[in-house]
Design a protein. Structure first.
Length: 184
């Protein structure tokens, strides 16, 4: 059992390094789809294991365009707006349906604007991940609990994503422990 606690604490400590790029830090030049997919993988592979959940494929991107989740690329080139949408969609699809994500994006875009909504999403997601990282290390995490009504869904979704991460990691460690433990 101590192995689980130690491994969980180590994982929680690693989560303290997680960072999502804010709008201003996203590439300010056009990218091809394979570059976008590689970038999304680079940004999210610490929190979504590609071997367990496919992060992003060309088919997914094309479907998101068809469904109106992201704007169509211009001459097969993608902008920072596309990258921002794809980061959020890739994370949110782990816990929400595509129609829910679309409704949330439309609402946040209309109430805050795309840039602010994306930056708030990043901030909320990082805070949720830091919170579960501290929890995994048996530490408390101090943060503001005040939530503006327009961002309740964002906070709930990012918290759900983080809690799912914690549950998956804990179950994986427990499974390993059971396989390695002597049978009675």
């Amino acid at each position: 059992m101590n192995t689980i606690k130690t491994d969980l604490a180590s994982w929680g400590s690693e989560l303290e390094k997680f960072h999502l790029p804010r709008w201003e830090a996203l590439p300010d030049f056009n990218l091809y789809m394979d570059q976008v997919i590689q970038l999304i993988d680079q940004y999210l592979s610490q929190v979504i294991q590609p071997e367990k959940h496919t992060l992003l494929t060309p088919s997914m991107v094309n479907n998101y365009v068809k469904l109106g989740l992201i704007p169509a690329p211009q001459k097969k080139r993608y902008t920072r707006k596309h990258v921002a949408f794809l980061i959020a969609i890739t994370m949110l699809k782990q816990i929400l349906t595509i129609p829910e994500i679309k409704d949330g994006i439309i609402f946040q875009g209309k109430t805050s604007g795309i840039q602010e909504a994306y930056n708030i999403f990043c901030q909320e997601q990082e805070q949720a991940i830091y919170r579960i990282g501290a929890h995994a290390q048996s530490q408390s995490y101090n943060e503001s609990t005040e939530t503006v009504v327009e961002f309740i869904a964002v906070r709930a979704a990012t918290s759900a994503f983080a809690m799912k991460m914690l549950a998956e990691k804990t179950i994986a460690l427990e499974t390993t422990y059971l396989k390695e433990a002597p049978h009675e």
